[in-house]
Design a protein around this ligand. Sequence first.
Ligand code: CO
Ligand code: ZN
Length: 331
Amino acid sequence: MKSLIKKLVETTAPSGYEANIRKVIEAELKGHVDSLTVDPLGNLIALKGEKTADNTTVMLAAHMDEIGLMVTHVDENGFARFTRIGGVFPRNTAGGRVRFLNGAAGVIGMEPHSSLSSVPELEKMFIDLGVSSAKDCPVEIGDVAVFERTFEDLGNRLVSKAMDDRSGVAVLIAALQQIKSTPNQIAAVFTVQEEVGTRGAGPAAFGINPDLAIAIDVTLCGDTPLDNSSQVRLGDGPAVHIKDAGTLADPRVSAWIRQGAKAAKVPFQTSIISRGTTDAYTIQTSGAGVPTSGISIPCRYIHSPSEMVDVRDLENSVKLIVQLLSNQVKL
Ligand code: CO
Ligand code: ZN
């Protein structure tokens, strides 16, 4: 699991530019699924198990994109202004480093700012690529980058800039590798453009037309000093994600997930968040509607360059999904 997650998080793939990570995932899944296709938006769809007249098609979605930056303008001295791709917050960018798709690296600087304890808006920041003129600048308007930060293995806790949602991607890959046969049809989708408004998952669900769905993503923890915004704790198991700013999970699907956790003997929690949403939002409201819930992986410092997950939560999420899909699914 650790080597898989390291490979996934070290791949550069901001929303809308998922080709690099899609290749890595395809290579991991070859030989473990019945088919692999890429839909018009770039979602990677892995099918496993036959569709029959009386079985269930279960869609599982994990988004493969990550938040990032896009260059809006390069000035005559070679400094690049940028805009956000997804939930990029000024407090997490100041002093950071970025890596462009073409390999170029840069440092985020800011205009003179007298306060030492606050940061200005992104409009007052720029990327310094170590050059002195626009003509020497290795990037141009429209080029995209992600945070540059090394993967850290702290034992049980793992840290990276892209645990959202490469940890979900890792869980889904590992589950597909472990499931030898299934009485259901599994449609595992590695979605695009989640971070800019869950844009990829809905069209994918429309194409698949599943009977029910689960979005696998990270969720906020409330277990750091003075934080009681959530009951979810790192290391206490995957969470059934029942409410966020975009979704109310289908209680039948959530109950099935809870039963699966009991049957698999994995610890599990319940996640409710007031901000943000997941692919469940657009899957649920696609086509004529899809009963949808979520399995969320506890994660600290979401959308910072140092998102932290617990490898035991990842392993227990895999166990849970293998348990859920090895038996005939009926709501
Ligand atoms: Co996110
Ligand atoms: Zn996410």
